[in-house]
Design a protein around this ligand. Structure first.
Ligand code: PEP
Ligand code: MG
Length: 741
C-alpha cells in the first residue's frame, strides 16, 4: 500500500473508533509523513488561530499559542489561503517567534490551509529539522489530510472567520463592479450553499475511477441538453446568450488535462467526489494568482465544470424553481451554471470574483440579468434567510436592507420596469435632442451572437467591432476564410448601417490562450498595432478577410493603439496593397485611426491628412493620460473623466477634426455613461458608440435635453473657479429630470 493510502486508511480507522481527537490525528500524520512536527491551528472568534494539537512541539503550548490571521507563517497561510512551503521558515520575513512552542530546531515548514467553501477553518502544519523544500507529493498528501480536517475542525470549535457580532444583524453594503446594469430585490440564495458534506476516503480506487468516468459521461450529456435548450426564437437576448462563450466552454469540457489530475488524486485513496473537489480548489488557487484575464476565464470554466461534475457525483444539483425575485450569491459562477439558474428564474446575481470581461458577465448581459462582480467578503457576511438588493447601476449589493430601503428600491424597480417597456417604442426613432440636434448611437460588439442587438436597440450601426474578441473565444487567430465569413455576417446584418471594424487589438489584458505576457508592463508593451506591423502576415490575413467579406460593399477599417502617424501610414499601406489584390474592390474603402495614445494629440494635423475618420478610445486615452491602469479596481474612480484636461483635449480634437472635415466618434466606456455622453455631445461629438444596454436609455435621455442650454452650463462650469465639473453638471441635469438620481 502506498504511503498516502496507508495514511488515509489509518485516519479512517481513527474515525471509525468514534470522534478522532486532533491529538491522535497529528500523531498519525507525523508518523506516516515522516515529519518531526505536525500541528493543527484552528480559527477562533476574533480572527485568531490557536494551536489546538501538536506532535513534536511543546505540548504545553496547546491552547496558549495564538496568532492573528496574517501574523506569522501560519497566519499568512490562513490569510492568503495558500500553501506555504519553506525550507527555512525562521528566516522568512513573516515568521513570528513564539518561545513557548520550542520550535527553534525546526527549519523547514509546510503549512496548508483547511478550507470549507472558500473560508479558512484552520491551518495544518508539518515541520522538519533539515532545511529543504517539501516535495510535490508531500504537499499533495498534506492537502488530502487537510480535506479530512474540514469535518473535524468544527467539532473542535473552529469558527469560519465571519466578522464576529456583525453577521446576521445589521445591513451591510458591498461595492463591486457592475457586470450588467439593473435592479433586483429579493431573498439571497447561496450557490452550493446547502451542499451536503462529502465522503472522503475510498477503499477501491478502480471503482472510484469508474464512478468518475460515468459522471463525466452524464455531465457531458447534461451540457448538450442545456446548450440545445437555449431558445432559438423569443427574446433576442436569450438567443444571443449562446454561441461563442459556450463554444469556448465546450472546448474546455473536452480537455482531458484536468480530468487526468482528478484520476491522479483518486489513485491516492480518496473518493471521486473528494478528488474533484480537491482539483476545483487547486484551480481556484491558481486562478487567484493569474493576472491575465483571459486565462483566468479559462480556468474559471474548468472550475465550473468541476463543480458540475461534483454535483453529478453527489446528486445535489439545482432542481425546480427558485423563490420569487431570488438573488444568487456566488464566489464564482461559470457560464453553464448561470444558464441553469437563469432558467430557474433568478432575478439578480452577486459574485465575489468576476470581472466585466469574464464569461459570466458576457452571459449576464446577454440574458439581461442584473449582476455585480468583485464583491469581496460578501459570502462571509451572508446568513440563511437574508434579503438583499442588487443595485447593479451603482454596483452596490445591500445585504439585509432596512424595510424602508427595500421598499424604496421596490418602487424604483416598478417604475423602471414601466420605463423600460416605454423605451422600446424609441427603438425605431432617430436620436434627436429636444432642440433638434441629431446624433448617432452605435453599438460596441465583438461576437456574432451580439448582432441581434442591432434590431433590439435600433442602433445606427456598429461603431466598434472588436475583432480580437471572437479570436479569443476561439482560442486562436482564425484563417482568412473563417474571418471573412464572420465579417460578412456582420455586414449582412447591418445592411446600410455603417460598421467600423477594428483590427486585432491583442496584448495587455487580451491574450490568446497559451500566450503569457512576460513583459513588465504589458499595457504599454508589444501589443495591438505594434504586433500587426512587426508581424505583417497576421495583419494582412485579417485585412484580406475584411476585404473578401465586403465584396463590393463599403468597408471601414480602423487601427487601434496608433502612436505615430508613421505607424498609421504603414498600416494603411498594408490595407491599400491588400485591396489591390482582392477582387471585387469595396464600394468605398475608409481607413480610420483610433485615438488612444496621448502622443497622437500633437500629430493631429498630419494624421488628419491621412485618415478618413477618428474614433476616440476613452478607456486607453484616460489610462495613458493619467498613468492609471484601467484594470486596477482601486484606481477606477480616482481620476474623473469629466476633468478639465480631458475635456480640453476632446474639445481640441473635435474642433481640429471638424476643421479638416474628418468625422470623430467616441467608442470608449465614457460614451455609455449618461452625463459623459451629454458632455461629449455638447463638445460636438455626434457619434457615440456603446454597449447595447445603454442605447435605449441614452436615446430617451437625449430626447429630453436642450443641448444648447446644457452647452452654456458646461461652458460656465468649466470657467468656474472650483475646478469641479461633475457635481454642478449632475445637479443641473437632475433638477430638470434629465438624469434620474
Ligand atoms: C478604448 O480604449 O477606449 C477602446 C474602446 O478600446 P478597448 O477598450 O478595446 O481597449
Ligand atoms: Mg483601447
Amino acid at each position: 500500500m502506498t504511503a498516502p493510502r496507508r495514511l488515509l486508511a489509518r485516519l479512517r480507522d481513527l474515525r471509525a473508533h468514534g470522534a478522532a481527537p486532533l491529538s491522535a490525528l497529528v500523531r498519525v500524520v507525523s508518523a506516516e509523513l515522516v515529519s518531526e512536527v505536525c500541528s493543527v491551528y484552528v480559527q477562533r472568534p476574533g480572527d485568531i488561530l490557536e494551536l489546538a494539537a501538536t506532535e513534536g512541539l511543546n505540548p504545553n503550548a496547546v491552547g496558549r499559542t495564538r496568532l492573528r490571521i496574517g501574523e506569522g507563517i501560519v497566519g499568512l497561510c490562513a490569510a492568503t489561503g495558500t500553501v506555504m512551503n519553506l525550507p527555512d521558515a525562521q528566516n522568512h520575513p513573516a515568521f513570528a517567534y513564539r518561545p513557548e512552542t520550542g520550535e527553534e530546531p525546526f527549519a523547514s515548514m509546510l503549512a496548508v490551509p483547511v478550507r470549507r467553501a472558500g473560508r479558512v477553518l484552520g491551518v495544518l502544519v508539518v515541520q522538519n529539522r533539515t532545511p529543504r523544500h517539501f516535495t510535490a507529493d508531500e504537499v499533495d498528501e498534506l492537502e488530502t489530510v487537510a480535506m479530512l480536517l474540514v469535518d473535524l475542525l468544527p467539532e473542535s470549535g473552529a469558527t469560519e472567520g465571519s466578522p464576529e457580532g456583525l453577521a446576521g444583524t445589521v445591513p451591510r453594503l458591498f461595492t463591486g463592479t457592475a457586470l450588467m446594469g439593473g435592479l433586483a430585490v429579493g431573498p439571497v440564495l447561496l450557490l452550493r450553499g446547502n451542499r451536503a458534506p462529502i465522503r472522503l476516503l475510498a477503499d477501491d480506487p478502480r471503482a472510484e475511477q469508474r464512478r468518475l468516468e460515468e459522471a463525466v459521461d452524464r455531465m457531458q450529456r447534461g451540457l448538450d441538453d442545456l446548450f440545445a435548450g437555449i431558445p432559438h426564437s423569443g427574446r433576442p437576448a436569450d438567443v444571443t446568450a449562446s454561441r461563442e462563450v459556450l463554444d469556448a466552454y465546450r472546448l474546455v469540457a473536452a480537455d482531458a488535462g484536468w480530468l487526468r489530475r482528478v484520476s491522479e488524486v483518486i489513485r491516492g485513496g480518496v473518493t471521486a467526489e473528494a478528488a474533484v473537489q480537491r482539483v476545483a480548489t487547486e484551480l481556484h488557487d491558481r486562478m487567484r494568482r493569474i493576472g491575465d484575464a483571459y486565462l483566468r476565464e479559462r480556468l474559471a470554466d474548468i472550475e465550473d465544470l468541476a463543480n458540475r461534475l461534483l454535483t453529478t457525483l453527489i446528486g445535489d444539483g439545482p432542481t425546480g424553481p427558485v423563490p420569487e425575485d431570488a438573488i444568487l450569491a456566488a464566489r464564482r459562477i461559470g457560464p453553464a451554471e448561470l444558464l441553469d439558474w437563469h432558467a430557474r428564474g433568478i432575478a439578480g446575481v452577486a459574485i465575489e470574483e468576476a470581472s466585466p470581461a469574464g464569461h459570466a458577465a458576457i452571459l449576464a448581459r446577454a440574458l439581461a440579468i442584473p449582476a455585480i462582480g468583485g464583491l469581496r467578503g460578501m459570502l462571509d457576511s451572508i446568513e440563511p434567510g437574508d434579503d438583499a438588493i442588487v443595485d447593479a447601476d451603482e454596483a452596490h449589493l445591500i445585504l439585509r436592507p432596512e424595510h424602508e430601503v427595500r421598499e424604496a428600491y421596490r418602487r424604483v424597480k416598478e417604475t423602471r420596469g414601466a420605463k423600460y417597456a416605454g423605451l422600446a417604442s424609441l427603438r425605431d426613432k432617430p436620436v434627436v435632442t429636444a432642440d433638434g440636434v441629431g446624433l448617432k448611437l452605435m453599438l460596441n460588439i465583438g461576437l456574432a451572437l451580439e448582432l441581434p442587438q442591432l434590431e433590439r436597440t435600433g442602433a445606427d450601426g456598429i461603431g466598434l467591432f472588436r475583432t480580437e474578441i471572437a479570436m479569443m473565444a476561439r482560442g486562436l487567430i482564425t484563417d482568412v476564410a473563417e474571418q471573412a465569413s464572420l465579417y460578412a455576417r456582420v455586414l449582412d446584418q447591418c445592411g446600410d448601417r455603417p460598421v467600423l471594424f477594428r483590427t486585432l487589438d491583442l496584448g495587455a489584458d487580451k491574450l490568446l490562450p497559451g500566450t503569457v505576457s512576460e513583459e513588465e508592463n504589458p499595457a504599454m508593451g508589444w501589443r495591438s498595432l505594434r504586433v500587426g506591423l512587426d508581424r505583417p502576415a497576421v495583419l494582412r490575413r485579417q485585412l484580406r478577410g475584411l476585404l473578401l467579406a465586403a465584396g463590393d460593399r463599403d468597408l471601414s477599417v480602423m487601427f487601434p493603439m496608433v502612436a505615430t502617424v508613421a505607424e498609421f501610414k504603414a498600416a494603411k499601406a498594408l490595407l491599400i496593397a491588400e485591396a489591390k489584390r482582392v477582387r471585387p474592390t469595396p464600394g468605398r474603402l475608409r481607413v480610420g485611426s483610433m485615438l488612444e495614445i496621448p502622443a497622437l494629440l500633437w500629430q493631429l494635423p498630419e494624421l488628419l491628412k491621412e485618415t478618413d475618420f477618428i474614433s476616440i478610445g476613452t478607456n486607453d486615452l484616460a489610462q495613458f493620460l493619467y498613468a492609471a491602469d484601467r484594470g486596477t479596481p482601486s484606481l477606477y474612480d480616482r481620476y474623473d473623466f469629466l476633468s478639465q484636461p480631458m475635456l480640453d483635449i476632446l474639445e481640441q480634437v473635435v474642433a481640429t477634426a471638424h476643421a479638416a472635415g474628418v468625422p470623430v466618434s467616441v467608442c470608449g466606456e465614457a460614451a455609455a455613461r449618461p452625463l459623459e455622453a451629454l458632455v461629449l455631445a455638447a463638445l460636438g461629438v455626434t457619434s457615440l458608440s456603446m454597449p447595447a444596454s445603454a442605447i435605449l436609455p441614452m436615446k430617451s435621455m437625449f430626447a429630453g435635453v436642450e443641448l444648447a442650454a446644457f452647452r452654456s452650463v458646461l461652458a460656465a462650469v468649466r470657467r468656474g473657479a472650483t475646478g469641479r465639473l461633475r457635481e454642478p453638471l449632475a445637479t443641473w441635469t437632475r433638477e430638470r429630470g434629465i438624469l434620474t438620481p
